[in-house]
Write a protein that binds this ligand. Structure first.
Ligand code: AQP
Length: 340
């Protein structure tokens, strides 16, 4: 008897240049996950539309950039389904249906929405409705594939909980239609913080580039940014992990742990007695080496657009096959029957 592996779904929105936060929070786990799960890795371009307005014509470029990073991170199209969200129209269809089973008040509680409004320094009146509804499309992305697990950063945990609530509500009315997904969140690295404001999440849309390590940063930028990263003024200076008292140092420790594959506890032993300036040099060294090697692989894939498009095309067909099944089941339950 062949037992099916659990289904795993993960996505990144091509809303800008990917950051080391996107990598550490989720993408670094993708390659090894392919051995234990049936993986679907989606490029969430419809989600990106919520934030990209003026440079809409570069979305195509950002999609191919993101896809190249997926491959550079070790995602294998022979093992996993890699696809672009807008190529599988079932996502939009289920999105609408789930909108009808979601409550306005529960969307109002989403902290990511509140943070985004706050950061954009804009009011709820001028923000686009899609940004508000974003978690419902995310629920559709996940539920279409009967997903068991969703590896995400800390910021998306609440959206997975909402997804479960919507799915449960639907199941209570129509029977066991949806699998209830669980988030997979690592103890360390699930919320990489901004370099200059270590109490704020690192984000690709940050207007201050000094806050962010981009996956395509060159060695000079990496050096400059980490050298200037905010630490603390504890005297005598001591390196230990405490996100409340030492957010800057703890953030650098989490980054170092991810790129060296060493546990934070082991790093702390190795860094005993090391000064902050020396610590930063170590972080610069490892981050540079890591990004340099990732970038080589990235550019290799990025230079072959026809290969990338073929992967996206094949992935869309496979994803459509799977998502059609779920959608048909839902249409049947709702009485949206085709007459032919
Ligand atoms: N700073 C972070 N630390 C850890 N994980 C992070 N993720 C994002 N930022 C961090 C995780 O990356 C995955 C893909 O994120 P996304 O692109 O779908 O959306 P996001 O969470 O809104 O990411 P950004 O970088 O902050 O994008 P913008 O600026 O466009 O809003 C998710 O699993 C996320 O948790």
């Amino acid at each position: 008897m062949i037992l099916n592996k659990p289904v795993l779904f993960s996505a990144v929105q091509p809303s800008g240049n990917l950051t080391i936060g996107n990598y550490i929070g989720t993408m670094r786990h993708w390659s090894s996950m392919q051995n234990n799960y049936d993986c679907l890795y989606c490029i969430a371009d419809l989600h990106a539309l919520t934030s990209i307005k003026n440079n809409i014509f570069s979305l195509n470029t950002l999609i191919l950039d993101t896809l190249s990073f997926y491959l550079a991170c070790g995602v294998d199209p022979n093992k996993s389904i890699i696809f672009i969200q807008s190529h599988v129209h079932q996502h939009s269809q289920l999105n609408w249906i789930l909108n009808c089973f979601s409550e306005f008040s529960e969307l109002l509680r989403m902290t990511q929405f509140k943070t985004k409004i706050h950061e954009k320094k804009t009011s709820e009146k001028t923000i686009n409705a899609a940004l508000f509804n974003y978690p419902i499309l995310m629920a559709a992305d996940i539920l279409l594939y009967q997903t068991n697990f969703v590896p995400v950063g800390q910021d998306q945990k609440q959206h997975i909980e909402l997804t479960r609530n919507i799915a449960q509500r639907f199941n209570n009315l129509y029977g066991s239609i949806f699998t209830l997904p669980e988030s997979l969140i690592s103890q360390y690295g699930s919320k990489i913080m901004s370099l200059l404001e270590p109490k704020k999440k690192m984000s690709k849309s940050d207007i201050n580039y000094k806050n962010v390590i981009y996956l395509l940063d060159d060695i000079y930028s990496i050096k400059f940014k980490i050298k200037n990263a905010v630490t603390d003024s504890e005297i005598p200076s001591k390196i230990y992990y405490d996100i409340d008292k030492k957010p800057g140092i703890s953030n650098l420790l989490e980054i170092l742990s991810a790129v060296t594959h060493k546990d934070v506890k082991i790093l702390l032993k190795e860094l005993d007695g090391v000064m902050y300036s020396e610590f930063k040099k170590i972080v610069i060294d490892y981050v540079s080496k890591f990004l340099n090697s990732l970038q080589k692989s990235y550019y290799n894939y990025r230079s072959n657009e026809s290969y990338l498009k073929k992967i996206a095309y094949d992935g869309a067909i496979k994803a459509q096959l799977k998502s059609k099944k779920t959608l048909k089941n839902i249409y049947d339950k709702l009485g949206l029957i085709r007459f032919h």
